[in-house]
Design a protein around this ligand. Structure first.
Ligand SMILES: [Zn+2]
Length: 490
């Protein structure tokens, strides 16, 4: 949910996948030499086309994920990235490096030289050389033209599917569901591509003067993250081969390149990320387990227990893993300023849904119109929707559950309960939701991760996470005098 009245999902790559395919349609296959291997290969995309795809994708990423508001930090990351790009196989691309305002640990690249790291990733890096290793890896995806090759390999059926998903008139809020699986075209490179990018990350980091051992070091952090993750893994992991096996592969490559300059710049790096936002940004709403709270809009919803809740700048989406059933909440601006029942029906019609029946009601003391609707979602087919349009303050919010016809009756009670849970937050409740930040702490003799997490960190993040953020396993204690990252209330 946004800062004011309109909600952030990491669905971007799916739109990008569509854009990629659209461009591919007009591009014709040509033979080009791979900048990294020098081999001739069939490629759909010229360099100009790669850049065009990148530009389009970049605009979407900036809009959907948001750029992290710290120009000094952006300049710093850009500086590191440019040093790497200059020694890469494609130094003349219009490289850009951007920290996106996303709490998850992730990094990704678009064709044409657009590289992104999340603020969540920065909080988990140990020093500048690890940043260089990650940026070098992403630069490697671009220089070795992995996206372009993947697109070329996936000609035939899958491009047809992608094109269908662009040109079929949309049911906008459900496009996530409709295009589920397509986004992987964009981010999910093959195992060989990932290993090649790890090698390129080592190569570029060492050529530019950084310690190339940073690559296996950060991959170790990733494998710890992988091991402690309760449900699912961050994107960067799930779309990559097992990080443990990558450590094994990258370590000897790094060792063979680690003579010469070995900058790590730990102090400089820590100074740059001191104060970095950590976890959800309350200004856009926070997810606490299955509950969503927005302190500025002063609203909260309890989605069904055990569902995965994701917040984006446009909407909040809750999904039941492994099922084509979802709930979402977003601002329904078209329903503002008109009678609630008319506004609700108009809003749903605009999304492509047909009204069945419904009635004016109240939800947590607020006027609401609760209706049942039918429609079609791409790749799912006929769906039914329970949607409540609720007026809170001057804004109308929609809280809706959507399920395939056959599943609707089974999940409708959960939809209805979540809709009923919508409520306004008191000023006191809202003011208790504070942003968390990265701060620096110098370890004292006898400190343990548990002690630091509880005392300095006030229990905001557990000891295992704190150790992991600092490149340690939780059972090896920090040495006295070491500067560490901790998480504090903002
Ligand atoms: Zn990768």
């Amino acid at each position: 949910m946004p800062r004011t009245a309109t909600c952030r999902v990491l669905s971007v790559p799916r739109h990008l996948a569509a854009g990629l395919a659209a461009l591919a349609l007009v591009a014709s296959a040509a033979c080009a030499s791979n900048p990294v291997t020098g081999r001739r290969e069939v490629s759909f995309l010229s360099e100009a086309e790669e850049i065009a795809i990148g530009q389009r994708g970049d605009a979407e990423i900036r809009r959907e994920m948001g750029v992290y508001h710290d120009e000094e930090l952006q300049r710093y990351v850009t500086g590191v990235g440019e040093r790497l790009a200059a020694v890469s196989h494609r130094p003349t691309l219009p490289w850009t490096f951007t920290v996106v305002d996303v709490p998850a640990v992730n990094a990704f690249a678009l064709p044409g030289g657009y590289i992104y790291v999340t603020r969540g990733l920065l909080a988990h890096l140990g020093d500048e050389s690890e940043l260089a290793g990650v940026l070098g890896h992403e630069i490697g995806h671009v220089t070795a033209r992995h996206a372009s090759q993947q697109l070329t390999r996936s000609t035939g059926g899958s491009i047809g599917v992608l094109l269908a998903s662009i040109f079929v008139p949309g049911v906008a809020p459900f496009s996530d569901l409709a295009s589920a699986g397509l986004g992987t075209l964009f981010l999910k490179y093959g195992r060989d591509d990932e290993l090649e990018s790890d090698r390129l990350g080592v190569e570029y980091a060492s050529r530019a003067g950084w310690d190339p051992e940073s690559v296996p070091r950060f991959l170790t952090t990733l494998s710890r993250l992988d091991a402690m993750s309760v449900r699912g893994v961050p994107n960067w992991l799930s779309t990559h081969p097992d990080p443990g096996s990558r450590v094994v592969k990258a370590a000897p490559v790094a060792a063979s390149r680690s003579e010469g300059a070995r900058d790590r710049n730990r102090d400089e790096f820590l100074r740059r990320i001191d104060g970095l936002a950590y976890g959800d940004d309350p200004a856009e709403g926070v997810v606490q387990a299955h509950r969503f709270l927005h302190p500025d809009l002063r609203i909260a919803v309890d989605f069904p227990e055990g569902w995965d809740v994701q917040n984006s700048s446009e909407q909040v989406v809750a999904q039941l893993e492994g099922e084509q059933v979802l709930m979402l909440m977003r601002a329904a601006s078209d329903a503002n300023g008109v009678a609630l029942d008319d506004g609700a029906r108009k809003h749903m019609r605009g999304l492509g849904f047909t009204f069945e029946h419904g009635a004016l009601d109240t939800v947590s003391g607020r006027d609401a119109f609760v209706g049942l609707y039918r429609g079609k979602a791409r790749q799912v087919g006929a769906v039914r929707i329970r949607a409540a349009h609720i007026r809170a303050g001057r804004q109308v919010y929609m809280v809706a559950g959507v399920a395939p016809e056959a599943d609707f009756a089974r999940v409708d009670a959960e939809f209805a309960a979540a809709v009923r849970s919508f409520r306004e937050l008191s000023g006191a409740e809202a003011s208790r939701i504070r942003p968390n930040r990265v701060a620096l702490y110098t370890a004292k003799p006898g400190d343990t991760w548990q002690g630091i997490a509880q005392r300095a960190g006030r229990g905001l993040v557990p000891a295992t996470r704190l150790a992991l953020m600092n490149g340690h396993a939780v059972n090896t204690q920090p040495a006295a005098g070491t500067r560490l990252k901790i998480v504090v209330e903002g």
